[in-house]
Design a protein around this ligand. Structure first.
Ligand code: KIV
Ligand code: ZN
Length: 523
């Protein structure tokens, strides 16, 4: 074992985005990537570039703004995948190619239709191609935990021989258990990694083992920690534990477990844990995937003490019922309540406490929105602030500008909505009915903007904080001609929030359409 630094490999933007309903816009991905870098994530997996030209472009853009973390692009062992992967991450300050192929009998026979020898040849060729392009190559044996161990060792040895520096052992379907995974990692360390490292020069550096666990049986974090105890030095994880199906190991749980039980595991990460809450809020806001109240570390109740006995103990000595300090994960009780009399300095201080450091121009923009909100809402909570910050960077050119919204209805009247929208330098007003005020206003917007062909794919509404003055946060997705666009808005009036979110999505749609026309004509 070479060191006690556990590299945090965040795959929120790749495996996390595979969570049903979690697609993010490019602006959202850029903001998340920056946050992950600020937090100290060692490797950011930015996407799967061969998936589509849009995905390649978005990985490339993420790669271009990140300095302090490696940026990884996932690819299959196929030649065009690796070429796309390199196109996307090649210009990063610290690029990584992450290449994978399935190695379990089931996957090889049913999915790949390849014999073990063919898979070995793919590993040899794919890893060698990656290594000819990039000095940081990671190889993953998909469905490793259901792979025959002797074959897995052969595959990993081949990956090292052809230039892989990181060997990832994915528990692709969340099937393994800590004892079993410990045995697997221990054997791979003993029979493959340590003998290979004994022959490597200091310039070549050590090969390290990585863990990538899914949570189908609720064991992703336990399995990842078992792998670390057995010698793994990279953990692949997602913020809030999002990811394919039941999700991936939760970054915040891994990091805080390693920190809290350093006495037992003797390992550390580079993560600035005080930024965890801000990152968690950002992810749940951008993906629309809510964090359950009892979720460890970042859930609303994770540091709340309800029972009298616990409260009594806490007042005497907080260590009686608290193994971590809320401040250590960025959960700070604000001493000042923000409202309409609060100034720029108070806002900036609270934003910094929440983990947002921003330049003057961005602070000005957020402050202006803050003042507008404070005119309508007495107390501004942390959730409101996170939304203001996030909304600020998601602006796309506004083809449609929403000028006015009115609606009427009641228990015996048909709901009607009237909207005024400006586009092409002209104001348009339309009125329509619907099965409720939101539906009526959306119908009026469709009419007004000539968007009758637009389909509502998803619509969600949430209260941002407790209390009847909570802001309503609306996230929706629309589609037209195969293009999907997302819109979000927050407002104390949920009909307004819906109308604004719909117009934001229309603007995204128009923008994407314009971008694809520009790309097609080579501009
Ligand atoms: O779960 C998995 O096997 C993966 C690999 C592609 C690393 O996500
Ligand atoms: Zn995965």
């Amino acid at each position: 074992m070479t060191d006690n630094h556990v590299r945090i490999f965040d795959t929120t933007l790749r495996d996390g985005e595979q969570s049903p309903g979690a697609t993010m816009t490019l602006d959202e991905k850029l903001l998340i990537a920056k946050k992950l870098e600020d937090m100290g994530v060692d490797i950011i997996e930015a996407g799967f570039p061969a998936a589509s030209p849009g995905e390649l472009e978005s990985v490339r853009e993420i790669a271009s703004i990140i300095d302090d973390s490696e940026v990884a692009g996932l690819c299959r062992t196929r030649e065009p995948d690796i070429e796309a992967g390199w196109k996307a991450v090649g210009a990063a300050k610290q690029p990584r190619l992450h290449v994978f192929i399935a190695t379990s009998k089931l996957h090889m026979e049913s999915k790949l239709k390849m014999a073990p020898d063919q898979v070995l040849e793919e590993v040899r060729r794919g890893v060698a191609q990656c290594a000819s392009l990039c000095s940081s190559v990671e190889f993953s044996a998909e469905d490793a935990t259901r792979t025959e161990l002797s074959f897995l060792k052969e595959v990993f040895a081949c990956a090292i021989d052809n230039g892989a520096r990181v060997l990832n052992i994915p528990d692709t379907v969340g099937y393994t258990m800590p004892q079993e995974y410990t045995r697997m990692v221990t054997e791979i360390m003993r029979d493959v990694v340590e003998p290979a490292n004994a022959k490597r020069t200091p310039e070549q550096g050590d090969v390290i083992v990585s863990t990538h666990c899914h949570n189908d049986l609720g064991l992703a974090v336990a399995n990842s920690l078992a792998a670390v105890a057995a010698g793994a030095r990279q953990v692949e994880c997602c913020m809030n534990g999002i990811g394919e199906r039941a999700g991936n190991a939760a970054l915040e749980e891994i990091v805080m477990a390693l920190r809290t039980r350093r006495d037992l595991l003797g390992c550390e990460t580079r993560i600035d844990t005080r930024q965890i809450m801000a990152a968690s809020r950002l992810i749940s806001q951008t993906t629309g995937l809510h964090v359950q109240a009892s979720k460890p570390i970042v859930g609303r109740n994770a540091f709340a003490h309800e029972s009298g006995i616990h409260q009594h103990g806490m007042l005497k000595d907080r260590r009686t019922y608290e193994i971590m300090l809320p401040e250590d994960v960025g959960l700070t009780e604000s001493k000042i309540v923000l409202g309409k009399h609060s100034g720029r300095a108070a806002l900036q201080k609270r934003l910094e406490e929440l983990g947002y450091s921003m330049g003057r121009a961005q602070l000005d923009a957020v402050f202006e929105k803050f003042k507008r909100l404070a005119d309508k809402k007495k107390n501004i909570y942390d959730e409101d602030l996170t939304t203001l910050v996030a909304d600020d960077v998601f602006d796309v050119p506004a083809r449609f500008e929403l000028l006015d919204v009115a609606f009427s209805g009641g228990s015996s009247d048909e709901p009607r909505g009237t909207v005024k929208v400006r586009f092409d330098d002209t104001e348009h007003t339309c009125e329509a009915g619907g099965n409720g005020p939101v539906n009526a206003v959306i119908n009026a917007l469709k009419q007004c903007t000539g968007s009758e062909g637009v389909t509502m794919e998803d619509y969600r509404i949430d209260a941002l904080s407790g209390g009847s003055d909570a802001q309503g946060s609306v996230r929706l997705s629309i589609s037209e001609g195969g293009i999907i666009a997302h819109g979000r808005a927050t407002h104390i009036d949920v009909v307004m929030a819906s109308a604004q979110a719909f117009v934001a999505a229309l603007n995204h749609l128009a923008y994407q359409d314009e971008l694809s026309k520009r790309r097609a004509s080579g501009i």
